[in-house]
Write a protein of this length. Structure first.
Length: 347
């Protein structure tokens, strides 16, 4: 009997390990478990920073909702290169006067597109949105800015199917050595609502009794905010307080202008650039000396593209536009940014 139990445990562990490595199974299970009793994910609708510490003070539900726009005309094809601030929330019906919306996520090559060209019968508009913590690491690189949309007059849309692309991956990497194995195992074994009260008890004890939190978190007690520590400490590109010199600013501007020319030459009539500030940059810049990355880039007329200046939009009342338990804006921040985009498109 002992041997049987041992083999059963080993088989179960092997099945869990394999399922946690297989991207297709993970994707299916992640969708399947939503709303199901007992297996519903605990993290859904909660802040990403809360999920790093489980301090009950920051257990707040997150919900996004944008108004539906009833456009009288639809004469625009809108392309948006964005990150998680927009990717899951922005839809065609939220934007005025557009006929189609193409969303492309930074660093997700599966969302990148190759096209023969834009529809010349439409007004083609491109929005480039990026959060502040990624600007210095990516806007110095021309290929990073132009890779999401490639133009090839000889391109055949069906020439390379998703299946073909997947087949090019090595069998071992696809089935046994998933780089996200640790987070996948955590999700499959412990990410259930059933365990969250216990996790909160542990998180509260660690913080309130021993003043301990996750290494990558900082608690701003004055404003009751959680901040992602790499955006405010350390010698790295994400840090809002890490100094920046004029040569780097000029290089970023020149690279953005080169990317602007690339997209203009390939048919875009209007190009907007927007930087979403790190929460600490606008909620409490007094925690350090803000390097003024966004004002240095967005002010003046050196950038050839149009601008949606989220820094100016948010900084006067930042706590109203950011989540205190997450690295992202809240519903009001999202709505203000989208309203500003719609106003700009109408003008």
């Amino acid at each position: 009997m002992k041997k049987v139990c041992t083999y059963l445990v080993l088989i179960l562990a092997a099945v869990i390990y394999y399922c946690s490595n297989n991207s297709s199974i993970i994707e299916y299970y992640s969708e399947y478990r939503i709303g199901k009793p007992f297996i519903s994910p605990g993290h859904r609708g909660l802040g990403d920073l809360y999920n790093m510490c489980f301090i009950s003070d920051f257990n707040t539900n997150i919900e996004y909702r944008l108004p539906i726009i009833n456009s009288k005309r639809r004469d625009t094809d809108l392309y948006v290169i964005c990150d998680s601030y927009l990717m899951s929330h922005l839809e065609k019906e939220n934007i005025t006067n557009i006929d189609s919306l193409v969303k492309i996520k930074w660093w997700d090559e599966s969302s990148y597109i190759t096209t023969k060209g834009l529809n010349k019968n439409k007004r083609n508009v491109l929005v480039i949105e990026m959060s502040e913590r990624f600007i210095r690491g990516n806007c110095n690189n021309y290929s990073t800015l132009t890779m999401p949309i490639k133009f090839d007059i000889n391109f055949k849309s069906n020439s390379t199917s998703k299946t073909q692309i997947e087949d090019e991956k090595s069998f071992l990497e696809k089935h046994f050595f998933n780089p996200n194995i640790n987070s996948n195992l955590e999700m499959n074994l412990f990410d259930y609502k059933l365990f969250y009260p216990l996790k909160e008890i542990k998180g509260d004890i660690n913080y309130h009794w021993f003043n301990r939190i996750a290494d990558d978190l900082y608690i701003d007690k004055e404003n009751h905010f959680l901040f992602y520590k790499p955006t405010m400490q350390g010698e790295q590109n994400m840090n809002s307080f890490y100094s920046i010199d004029s040569s780097e600013i000029n290089n970023i501007k020149n690279t953005l202008n080169r990317a602007f020319e690339y997209y203009c030459q390939n048919g875009f009539e209007e190009i907007y650039f927007s930087i979403v500030p790190n929460p600490v940059s606008v909620v409490n810049p007094g925690l350090g000396k803000y390097n003024n990355l966004i004002p240095l880039l967005m002010h003046g007329d050196q950038l050839k593209c149009k601008k949606i200046d989220a820094y100016e939009l948010f900084r006067s009342n930042a706590k109203s536009y950011y989540l205190n338990s997450d690295t992202h804006w809240n519903n009001d921040g999202l709505n203000l940014w989208v309203k500003t985009l719609n106003d700009s498109l109408v003008k």
